[in-house]
Design a protein around this ligand. Sequence first.
Ligand SMILES: Nc1ncnc2c1ncn2[C@@H]1O[C@H](COP(=O)(O)OP(=O)(O)OP(=O)(O)O)[C@@H](O)[C@H]1O
Length: 303
Amino acid sequence: MEIDPRAGRVAVLTNPTAGRRRHRRLVPQLLERIAAAGELDVLRTTSAAEATAACREVVAAGATTLVVVGGDGTLHAAIQAVAGSQTALAVVPAGTGNDFAAALGVPADPMRAADSVAAALRSGGTRQVDLARVTNGDGAVRWYGAVLAAGFDAIVNERANRIRWPRGDRRYDVAIFLELVRLRPRRYRLVLDGEPLEVSAVLVALGNTASYGGGIRICPTADPADGKLDVVIGRTMGRFTLTRLRPLAYRGTHLAHPLVDSYRATTVEISAAGVVSYADGERCLPLPVTVTAVPGALRVLGA
Ligand SMILES: Nc1ncnc2c1ncn2[C@@H]1O[C@H](COP(=O)(O)OP(=O)(O)OP(=O)(O)O)[C@@H](O)[C@H]1O
């Protein structure tokens, strides 16, 4: 039975570090706008792990709606708790990329998004979209909403997380440079709905929705209502070709490149040596993993 979001507890998760702290001063105003629809239970957390734990508590306590004020990483923390539950998720984009919020059709302006959350809390109504579930042989389970990267982008993220200096976004520039210099194709073994596929590749992305990295439409035809993942593979290519694919990927036209393949499957097994996957921009599980599209696993506030 669907919980009526008009009656019941509404929790809000905020992440003051999202969006390079740009929206931090906006948070009180955003909360005020959402609170126009009724009382809010504001969760105070200081890390992704704390955020997931706090969200799990409110979901277990029967919260009807969890509003997330943050970017893809904050959403990722919340999704771990709401996946498969009756609690509806609502989003006020306050991150840098906000790719999952965009895929859900949320207004890009946080004030407008907060107003539409308040309106949806008043009118009630939810819809369901797919999520992707990542598992490994050790029983670990992670959910994601947007894209899982298992190629160059994941390797750059992993490198950036190990760099102590420079700090901030400059770490990514340094990591991209370092990983472009040492770029080499890796041998990937995939199984797409039972069909094995062995390929040497530099890019591998599994999309529930189209974009990551703030609008890079790596899986441009991914649809979170089709019960499937879009699998995009950039085969063996040099750093020059890889770099030239990037502007194409913002438009989603990279799929026409002869070295880029795409597939669609419900369950994808993927293995490669020495790669840690990243999902929604967050460190996920080391390969090998199995990723499954789970239809309707996320209830979203609003029609
Ligand atoms: N409640 C929280 N408090 C502090 N940090 C959090 C919390 N929830 C998540 N985080 C971490 O904060 C980091 C930044 O958050 P988030 O990803 O939402 O913002 P962003 O990086 O600016 O946006 P985007 O991912 O959309 O580009 C993430 O790596 C995430 O793990």
